[in-house]
Design a protein around this ligand. Structure first.
Ligand code: FES
Length: 244
């Protein structure tokens, strides 16, 4: 076991051979930011090695790729990728007290981690000519109709293992594959078809009430994405950020 001196915490910690710096700091209850969960896909766990760089393991290929992309100097290492064969003195770029609070929050709420990489299908929908509908009917009617529409869409989404990630005006963003990755695409396609059927039922109602009907457009994307919780601690929602 080697000594690990950490600034600005001024903490005297220890690290065992083969243990990453991040594992060592978390083991000793340091609120060390690690947004991607230790997968070399962010730079939030970075540390500046003040002494002991020669003891550090060489950069992994993933760490090197990230270091090249961000032009990180040799002395800045990803804590989740770096082990040591000797004592270390490090500074982590702790920005302010808010970082500590946010990291403590994610450590104590593992269901609200900042992000994990997943293969997901994302279905987008919007209502064609929605603005002209909203202009033509009173605002209370718009809210009533949208709630009815979203209720119907929500039932369909849940029945096909989807998760509504966002309401954007009249638009919906739905993620498939969070719980059942193997069927993400087929679930999304089936949900899309079922949504269209529900819209045609809703249109009977809209015709009767307002002499109008909705035409809904759908778009589907499948691929890798970072899925995590975004927002202040009082209100966090699941967000999906595509990986190019
Ligand atoms: S936690 Fe993201 S690279 Fe270390």
């Amino acid at each position: 076991m080697f000594p690990l001196h950490l600034l600005p915490d001024n903490g005297n910690l220890n690290i065992t051979p083969g243990e990453t710096i991040l594992a060592a700091t978390l083991r000793q209850h340091v609120p060390h930011v690690h947004a991607c969960g230790g997968r070399a896909q962010c730079s939030t766990c970075r540390v500046h090695v003040l002494e002991g760089l020669a003891h550090c393991s060489p950069r992994t290929a993933d760490e090197q790729a990230l270091a090249d992309r961000l032009h990180l100097p040799a002395s800045v290492r990803l804590a989740c990728q770096t082990t040591t064969a000797g004592p270390l003195r490090l500074r982590r770029p702790l920005l302010d007290a808010l970082d500590i609070e946010l990291t403590r929050h994610t450590l104590t709420h593992p269901d609200q981690q900042e992000g994990t990489q997943r293969q997901v299908a994302v279905l987008f929908s919007d209502i064609e000519e929605y603005t002209s509908f909203a202009d033509a009917v009173p605002p209370f009617d718009v809210v009533h109709v949208l709630n009815r529409y979203f209720e119907l869409m929500g039932e369909v989404v849940r029945a096909h293992h989807g998760h509504i990630s966002d309401y954007i005006g009249d638009g919906l963003m739905v993620v498939f594959g969070l719980k059942q990755p193997a069927t993400a695409v087929t679930d999304a396609l089936a949900a899309g078809q079922a949504m269209m059927q529900q819209v045609s039922l809703l249109n009977d109602y809209l015709e009767q009430m307002y002499g109008r009907s909705f035409r809904v457009r759908l778009g589907l994307h499948y691929g890798p994405a970072v899925v995590g919780h975004i927002g202040g601690r009082g209100f966090r929602k699941l967000a999906t950020i595509g990986i190019p």
